[in-house]
Design a protein around this ligand. Structure first.
Ligand code: ZN
Length: 86
């Protein structure tokens, strides 16, 4: 029985691995779509937004294009203070 559960765990791990590969594949397709859209955007409408930094819970404050959501710049301290209503 020990061997059976070992095989099951292995199969489970393989399934999880395939799922991850599928997700990463979708992610890279989505990212290349976004790149194309952003390359064709003029970023005329911009707002200051909180954007996630990496994969953690931290955020950065950036000027973001309203149309394509590309990061288009860093707010000045004055703009930041205004954004955070200081
Ligand atoms: Zn844009």
């Amino acid at each position: 029985m020990v061997e059976v559960s070992y095989v099951n765990k292995l199969l489970e791990a393989m399934r999880a691995n395939r799922k991850v590969e599928k997700l990463l594949d979708q992610k890279s397709k989505i990212e290349s779509e976004l790149r194309k859209i952003r390359a064709n955007c003029n970023h005329t409408q911009r707002s200051i937004k909180q954007v996630p930094r990496g994969e953690g819970m931290l955020t950065d404050t950036r000027w973001v294009c309203d149309d394509c959501r590309a990061l288009v710049g860093y707010p000045t301290q004055f703009e930041m203070d205004k954004f955070f209503n200081k």
